[in-house]
Design a protein around this ligand. Sequence first.
Ligand SMILES: [Zn+2]
Length: 142
Amino acid sequence: MAEEDLRVLAEAEIAAYVKPLSRGFQLLVPEGLRQQALEILPPVQPDTDPDEDIERCPNCESQLHAIGDLDGVLFLAAVVAGGWMAYEGHPGRGVLLFAACALIIRVLARHRSAWQCGNCRARFSAGELDAARESRRRHAAD
Ligand SMILES: [Zn+2]
């Protein structure tokens, strides 16, 4: 389906491309050609909104940069600890320990500052960004 859309857009000389996502994929067109693309492809909503994968600063709309990330290290530690428990003859405890660590990582990741604005230097956690995005959506709907 996306290939068909791409062909139609290519014929109209709109440089669209497909970005693979974890669930399916996303058809992207340049912002300036969005309206034109929408007219060509009425049932499809080409997504030109970069908010999906580029986090924007709620203050100044500049691009945010991920701050050095400990999640991977913590996750590895959880795997090693769980594996060690299993190796020691306590696979049940190993799974429990791993699950507990995974939960802690999730909670930490949500509350600590994971993003910093390249412009105004403000820092945001994933939860704060979600809240900002939600309030922006509400404003847009008004
Ligand atoms: Zn900013």
